[in-house]
Design a protein around this ligand. Sequence first.
Ligand SMILES: C[S@@+](CC[C@H](N)C(=O)[O-])C[C@H]1O[C@@H](n2cnc3c(N)ncnc32)[C@H](O)[C@@H]1O
Length: 333
Amino acid sequence: MRIFRADVLSLHSNMGNGIYGLNSKSGGTVHMPVMVSEVLKAFESTPEGWIIDGTFGLGGHSSALLERYPDRKVFGIDLDADSLAMSQGGFQKFNNRILLANGNYANMTILAQEADIGPVAGILLDLGLSSMQLETLGRGFSFRNDEMLDMRYNQTKGVPAAELVNTFDRDQLIDIFSNFGEEKAARRIAKAVCQNRPILTTGKLAQIVEKTIGRTGKSRRHPATKVFQALRIAVNQEFENINKGLSSGLDLLVNNGKFVVLTYHSLEDRIVKQFFKKESLDCICSTRIPFCVCDHHPRLRIVTKKVKIPTIEEVTINPRSRSAKLRIVEKIA
Ligand SMILES: C[S@@+](CC[C@H](N)C(=O)[O-])C[C@H]1O[C@@H](n2cnc3c(N)ncnc32)[C@H](O)[C@@H]1O
């Protein structure tokens, strides 16, 4: 998937399949990574090896990691080639300590093999979308602008949100709005969507949702927030990717390596929490069975017994961090 312009990112000649070394000369983008000091601390005492940043975005966390730990190398992965291309200017100083792949973190095992990076001592997943993606015109993630309903992290693959909205039947839409958005009015909204097709833009969809359920109480949240979240998750198959990414990441990590995950809503946090909990147990048998028959072995130790959240100071400076939850685990033998 080579969608970088040669003048933006020059490819290392021995790298194939969308894996790039950064050695370009153009400028960087200002960006505020979430809970960065907590993330840095999480990787403080990891064994030797690479850190995989599976959601590289604009490279805020990666850049902080490379600055703080001069003996570390980072392998950054992102589905969004634009994000990778935008961030590269700030990374040229790290030379061969940074490698990038335009791909899915769910496939990190294959990507790491193709890049031939060797032992992996740490993995970071900062889930969801970046402020840049939310705010950039033409990405179709936000109802603040009226634009084509797209919502794909990788705009060269998959189907845009408009296709789901205009072709899925009412029951499929109800499932999406309730399962991925916990939207209580899923039925009414799905009915209104079906009655008002075609819906091609973010503005039209937001209007339909607002007209159907109105604004509730004093909430400052737009009534279409949950519907937009649900569609984004469906379009990008986010939950499937999280499950695959957690599983392949845990396989990849060396013993005592750290897995660090930042989530932004309860649904994705639940998946991460349950995965980590299950992998930390020495028995996963049903409580109805009087003795253990599962032969399950714990593969990790939970470091953050209590989930970490950002400080009030951070939320004041960076409101996007307000819903963040940080979970850290350590792989065990
Ligand atoms: C919250 S942002 C990460 C921001 C980043 N930590 C930084 O400091 O700039 C999430 C990023 O993950 C990417 N992303 C989402 N799902 C992905 C997936 N399955 N594989 C790879 N990247 C993904 C998005 O394109 C977005 O750039």
